[in-house]
Ligand binder design. Sequence first.
Ligand code: GDP
Length: 470
Amino acid sequence: LASRMKVKASEVIAKLMSLGVMATMNQAVDVDTAMLIATDFGYEVEQGITEEIGIQMFEEAEEGGEMQPRSPVVTVMGHVDHGKTSILDAIRKTDVAVGEAGGITQHIGAYHVRSSAGDVTFVDTPGHAAFTEMRSRGAQITDLVILVVAADDGVMDQTREAINHAQAAGVPILVAVNKIDKPNADIDRVKRELSDLNLAPEDWGGQTVYCETSAKKNIGIDNLMESIQLVAEMLELKADPTRKAKGRVVEAQLDKGRGAVATVLVQEGTLNRGDHFVVGQFSGKVRAMLDDKGRPIKKAGPSIPVEVQGLSGVPSAGDEFLVVTDEKMAKSVSSARALKAREMELGATSKISLDKLFEKMNEGEVQELRVIIRADVQGTLEAFAKAAEELSTKDIKVKVLHEGTGTITESDILLASASEAIIIGFNVRPTVKVKDLAVRENVDVRSYDVIYHALDDIRNAMVGMLEPTF
Ligand code: GDP
């Protein structure tokens, strides 16, 4: 292989070792490994199709079809107890498809509502943690976030977090001011508090669409559905239903009777029973499909969630789902992916860290240092956020993505991972569980006692003078 590629045998052996394959000069390696190595050295392999070239060619061939409007995919976020679940339940009741031939809503992770205002797909796991976990896998399935704020409680911690997570993802926000039936409801207060967070309502000269709802008394739900359509129209959501299907896994599990099953949200094309596919590191053939009402279906188009049976293993939420031409291609791509994932795991390096900032800046890879701040007291947060942003130079901007009092959370790690940010904590220590997640997600978490030490480190990192840490 080395001589065919005109490289040194030792280079090939080193590459193999980085993949965890301990090979000698005249040992045979399997086809998939050889293909991966050859691609790494910039060669095209005739015998098989590797992930890089195969999928790329395949995707290009699929482009240029007929784009048609698709319905929006929505995630509901907000502080605990502000009414996310209640609003989703109230919306589900407006679904005209429920009650049709044997339809009972199943919890498959997402569902599609047909209403007189238009169709909408809801992701069934409300909250920003699930949303950002998907995003940290490169999956952006949400077109629009509904931010639920209780009128009697106003903006709370998780409201702010949800806003930061949605904004970091660049997803537009529609506000639902809920619980307006409560005697102590204060809608203006919610509007005021959200205006301070750059979400001023349209009637106050802002750009954010607001709806007033009572999930409990079923007030304003129809208006909410209409507003979703209004915001969605501006986004001009389109997909090509004629191509082979492409989508994302919303959730997956091992079912006793049916084997590995996954809820897939189709994003492009049409998924048909009998299609061969690759999903994450697994492959399969669509043996059966169920819709969100538990009914068997033969095909599913863009923005439709379906439960797929016939997978070779259980993928993760956020994994890409791609229909390919045949079983051979499905298998070769999935095994190449499994190898690649191993390689990434072995050579895992942090996405961004203070240590590597200067290097990456010079290579033009980063223009923005994103920071998430946690502190024991509010005063520290404000002082540090202001001082850190003032460190911005013409080459690099320091941007605070999120700040909050209290300990570093799993959702902070996920946001950092998805947004390539670092985390700085003042007098707060992450729990072991959070630390483990940070290691898995390769997130740089730094703890300080005083503000100026942290500022010094950032300043030094920006000019390549940070003392190495061991
Ligand atoms: P979640 O944690 O955001 O999903 O909130 P839930 O939907 O579980 O609601 C929390 C509590 O608030 C429940 O007891 C609901 O019955 C109540 N609730 C939800 N919406 C309303 C509303 O519009 N009005 C009133 N009065 N109570 C509501």
